[in-house]
Design a protein around this ligand. Sequence first.
Ligand SMILES: Cc1ncc(COP(=O)(O)O)c(C=O)c1O
Length: 420
Amino acid sequence: MRVLINDAGEPPSESAEMGRSPSGAAESARPMTATAQDYLPFHRPSIEDEDIAAVRRALESGWLTHGPVCREFEATFAAHVGASRAMALSSGTAALHLALVALDVGDGDEVITTPMTFCSCAQVIEQVGAIPVFADIEPVTMQIDPAEIERVLGPRTKAIIAVDYGGHPCQIEKILKVAADRGIAVIEDAAHSLGAAVGDRRVGSIADVTTFSFYATKNITTGEGGMLTTEDGRLADRVVRLRLHGIDRDAWRRYRNSRSWHYDVAEPGFKANLTDFQAALGLSQLRREPATRARRSAIATHYTEALAPLGELVERPTVATGMRSAWHLYPLRLAGAARLCRDRLIDDLDQLGIGTGVHFMPLHMTSHFRQRFGFRGGEFPITEDSYSRLLSLPLYAAMSDTDVTRVATAVTDLVTRHAS
Ligand SMILES: Cc1ncc(COP(=O)(O)O)c(C=O)c1O
């Protein structure tokens, strides 16, 4: 049985990195047996010939690390999401981390986020010396609840990491209003939501800072990678400096003609840049993002229609009026007489050759956050209730209609059987 806790689609024991293998693809974790070829993994990346050609060109150019292709990726990405600045980084986690550092979040500050997210959201808060404070989620959308944010806000709140769970935007405009009234910065974690929108505003151009992930399972991938977008030029310049050892490139440029060896280290920075061959993959994937998103959306609609006969035995994800989802996940919650059969359903689907995921193991229920911050369970009832009956169905552009029907039929049969 494979109960999955992150987007990797792999068992936690597979790797020291919380269930991630170097490839990040679910099928890579599965031994090649006679039945393995029939296995429908939770995720399979779409790597086309044009992607491979683009990476090959970048490799053949002789420039391997951050260079002209990264700059082109940044400019194209910024235009794609309607942002004025975009900085390519080594991961979504690095983007969150550098956002906090650039916002001067540090010792003793509090940062609010959701417990229904990947662990890196809270780890970066801890890594800058701040304290993660969780706000429970909304019962219907599973997005961080603005009313809960208001409830846990305090004098030490310095920032909010508002996660777009599953690819659907959180109530970012409401959250920005709550924060603006108190001078608090808002980072929108759009690891799942590239291509999503709120009205005519694209995710990436709405919050003070937006962070994206290009991890292997994300809607576009560079293997590992991330992007940070912002309208704040000073913050953008700081991120550029922080991602490469704190080296001040202006000082470098000033002297470069007369003294090519000269550069200044302005602060303790990080090594968080992207390579040009990863950017080449990202650029190539970005060109297909609208088409990929349309396919993901069609698969989600197919699931929703095919699962309709289950009625109140399941809660299916929906899209709020005026919002556009990037459909990173299809999180299904079991309900009514079926609510207690999640683990058995995952097992049975696995036996039928269908991989699933659980997004997420709530952060306050993991040992580190319990021991370090004293969470006991019961504090975030909506998150805990959702988690207990939640599973993510396979959803990726490479799925055929037959694959989607196969999953929906298996889920319908099993849930009906388990509930009776
Ligand atoms: C909601 C969320 N935020 C942040 C991240 C971190 O992104 P990365 O894996 O690129 O560091 C992830 C990755 O799974 C995620 O799901």
